[in-house]
Design a binder for this molecule. Structure first.
Ligand code: FAD
Length: 515
């Protein structure tokens, strides 16, 4: 990627700052239309919010309740396209709303029928009312006291950072140049004061460089305001950052293969308990915060709130000691102009063009990243006076596309790449051994991440190429030395580097542990 960057002559058509779902989506869209695009990510791809979601590809039942039908319809269409273009990473999952009051079945039954109707030809399956017995069959570990029945509906589930890594590969295959560990530090401007490029820093070598672009796109999510102020120090903030956390437990808390959706928690939010990679993920919260950080920490009251709410619905009440991992993410919500609850702020995306010509895209959802990118590239191409070219991403297969990747078992998420990972295992049986008894990840995946997925640090491998840190933070710490040794060998680093990686990984992992 650095060779491509340094060999590049003249200005890029578009430069994108930020390597989350939004920025990488823009890079794919622009490159697949034939524009020449550079993307710079300050840390690892997905280090921000895009690896910390609830893992749902969904229309958003809650937005239906808020009456935001156009947002729901758009997201349901995108859900269908994502399943079509990345079937190795998205799956159809049944969500059961358990009913403990007589009115809940007809009320949610009608609402969820509408949800499916709005999906039209992109529907994931008809919702229906369940008897108490059917509810218990799907959710064998739900609290039975007072249970009357339930309603089932269908939505999508995915692995967020695996999708992002595959999107990076797709963008590259379409001709984009993408660098992780390259921070945009400022902007260059022409004689009229218009942004005409970026200054940036390679975090590994410390090298500073400049890149000229016909348009610069700020896709830095929760960090958008910091970059906007670099272009115009007087820019008013447009982001109201809000944190959400998830707790991860073992599978015994949610046996079966259906999720639970609780439409109204005591703070008026939606809560999910979802089976994910053989574990149970429960979340989320919505806590306004003052400043976004790259490694946000869960607050005590958020942990307690999720434990308490989960214990209202699960037969086996989860305790702090059952938490295998806790992760926090920051929503890049766009300010409504007035103070208030962030839960009520718009999940629609916003595109803003500053007087300096800097284009900022933020808000939205993971589910709608493709549509956001289409909108953004349309605007950016007009702003940069580039020749108009049509968007082609609605039918663009995402790297790893495989119609039947279940046959690869634990390697399903690699899709068509699974065969190459298996070959690494066959070539060296030591690489086929799991790195920890509680997780399926093998040495072959560390090697693959270093060779083919731009992993540069131990955390990249254990948090975002595999999901070890998110599933079981203690197990991730235990497998760190062996994973670091393999990574060091691949990257041509020595034992000292590997030892340093283990120390810094364990420091980060401490935030994912609940004491
Ligand atoms: C708790 C929670 C649960 C969610 N669940 C869901 C869900 O289930 N389904 C769904 O559809 N959506 C969900 N969302 C929303 C979704 O995750 C976000 O909308 C999406 O990930 C935002 O992506 P982004 O690229 O805009 O931001 P980010 O992923 O944060 O990416 C921004 C990137 O910019 C980088 N950056 C910052 N400054 C610079 C700089 N100066 N130079 C270079 N790079 C820089 C950061 O390092 C970061 O990687 C959830 C959000 C949260 C918080």
């Amino acid at each position: 990627m650095y060779r491509r960057l340094h060999a590049h002559v003249g200005p890029w058509d578009m430069i994108v700052a930020g390597g989350g779902a939004t920025g990488v989506g823009v890079a794919i869209d622009a490159a697949s239309r034939g524009y020449d695009v550079l993307l710079l990510e300050q840390s690892d791809f997905g280090k921000g919010t895009s690896s910390r979601s609830t893992k749902l590809v969904h229309g958003g039942v809650r937005y239906l309740e808020q009456g935001n039908l156009s947002l729901v319809m758009e997201a349901l269409k995108e859900r269908g396209l994502l399943l079509q273009n990345a079937p190795h990473l998205v799956r159809n999952l049944g969500f059961v709303v358990p009913n403990y009051d007589w009115w809940e079945a007809p009320f949610y039954g009608i609402g969820l029928k509408l949800y499916n109707l709005l999906a039209g030809k992109y529907g994931f399956g008809a919702s229906r009312i369940l008897s108490k017995e059917e509810t218990l069959e799907l959710l064998p570990t739900i609290k039975t006291e007072g249970l009357r029945g339930g309603v089932i509906y269908f939505d999508g589930q995915f692995d967020d950072s695996r999708l992002l890594i595959n999107l990076v590969a797709t963008a590259y295959e379409q001709g984009a140049t993408l660098l992780n560990y390259a921070q945009v530090t400022g902007f260059t401007k022409d004689t009229d004061g218009f942004v005409d490029g970026v200054t940036a820093r390679d975090a590994e070598s410390g090298e500073q460089f400049q890149a000229a672009g016909r348009v610069v796109i700020n896709a830095t999510g929760p960090f958008s305001d910091a970059l906007r102020r670099k272009a115009d120090p007087s820019a008013e903030p447009m982001i109201a950052p809000s944190q959400g956390i998830h707790l991860v437990f073992d599978r015994s808390f949610l046996a079966g293969d259906s999720a639970i959706m609780v439409p109204h928690t005591s703070d008026g939010r939606v809560m999910f308990a979802i089976p994910w990679h053989g574990h149970t993920v429960v979340g989320t919260t919505d806590t306004p915060i003052s400043e976004p950080t790259l490694e946000p920490a869960a607050l005590e009251q958020e942990i307690e709130f999720i434990l308490q709410t989960a214990s209202l619905y699960l037969a086996k009440k989860p305790a702090r000691s059952d938490v295998l991992s806790v992760f926090a993410g920051i929503r890049p919500l766009v300010r409504s102009g007035e103070a208030g609850s962030t839960a009520a702020l718009s999940r629609d995306h916003t595109i803003r063009i500053e007087n300096s010509g800097l284009l900022t895209i933020c808000g939205g959802k993971w589910t709608t990243y493709r549509h956001m990118a289409e909108d953004c590239v349309n605007q950016a191409a007009t702003l940069a006076r580039l020749p108009e070219k049509p968007c082609v991403t609605d039918h663009l297969n995402i790297h790893g596309f495989h119609p039947n990747s279940e046959k690869f078992g634990a390697l399903r998420v690699y899709g068509s790449d699974a065969v190459a990972v298996q070959e690494l295992m066959h070539g060296d049986p030591l690489l086929a051994r799991p790195l920890h008894g509680d997780l399926p990840y093998t040495g072959a995946e560390v090697v693959w991440a270093a060779r083919r997925e731009m992993a540069r640090s131990l955390e990249d491998v254990l948090a975002r190429r595999t999901r070890a840190l998110f599933l079981n933070a203690r197990a991730a710490c235990a497998m760190a030395p062996e994973a670091a040794r393999l990574l060091a060998r691949e990257l041509g680093r020595d034992g000292e580097w590997a030892a340093g990686q283990v120390i810094s990984f364990r420091e980060t992992a401490a935030k994912y542990l609940v004491n």
